[in-house]
Design a protein around this ligand. Sequence first.
Ligand code: SF4
Length: 349
Amino acid sequence: MTSYIEAHEFSGALLAWYDRHGRSLPFRGTKDPYRIWLSEIMLQQTRTASVGAYYERFLAAFPDVFSLAAAKEEEVLKMWEGLGYYSRARNLHQAARVIAAEYKGRFPADYDALRALPGVGPYTAAAVASIAFDLPEPAVDGNLTRVLTRALGIREDASLPSVRRRITEEARARMPRTRRGDFNQALMDLGATVCVPGTPDCEKCPLRALCDAYDNGDPENLPVLPRKTPPITLRYAVLLVLWEGRVYMKKRGEGLLNGLYVYMMTEEEPEAALRRLGIEGGGLTPMGEARHVFTHRVWDMDIYLCEARTVPDALRNDFYTRAEMEALPIPTAMRAARRALTEYWEKTS
Ligand code: SF4
């Protein structure tokens, strides 16, 4: 473990760099745990550049934990539309309810209590604990892992729990007595802008004089991570089934995109799927193709439009007007189909 002088040198160089080169982001500069928590959840699987607008829009709709706790799930999902990974929004909603009910709306200034909230993992708990409450909790994400494995020359599989623990403790040992949140954010920023994946820009790095990988000439090889399994590709026909000016949509149940509305999707031949459901129509018009990449799945989609003449009674409640459709939470995976339908409606109205 590091000496006090080494730790001081490390954090001093890092914070001095952060003061000059840290990123100015819409969700920075606040100590409000609600805002920090929200931004960290949004940042988990969404690019930083994309988060700002969603963050502002979400805060305008739900400015504090009570307003979020009081919202309906569908309203929360609607505000999350476009960000993907909707379980984050559902957990955010649940956690807001816990904070409102059990903590009188005040976030607990305690890592374990934060960690116990729905959807809050070690990284998010540490980010909120350190940024809002200045607690000495390293926020170990991909950026921090990359910087520390390189700077400290950690050449073991960084996905192993024992190695993650070591990275956490090495970071904690280097944390200053104050500005713990800035320390974490400085490592995130350094990892995002200088110590990037592939070839880092070591000439601009405040840690160069202390960096093991720089001395060794092998930063490109770090962190050591296991090989990823490629995602599975699924092929779907997405059917924009129209009946009496309405479009068929279905709320998805458990699993991927739970709670969101999608158009008719089938892995069968589209004609066969329509026949099986008892939908009689005037043929299928191809409306283009789309691809959506999830973490472990790829959807390749062929989009068709079908003007149905008759639909069985059991399905009639699943057809929505354009205005109703626009109020529903619809995943990004349906963006191309939705655009095709909107253009069609505009042309034919
Ligand atoms: S010197 Fe290079 S490899 Fe080392 S921490 Fe800085 S950017 Fe990363």
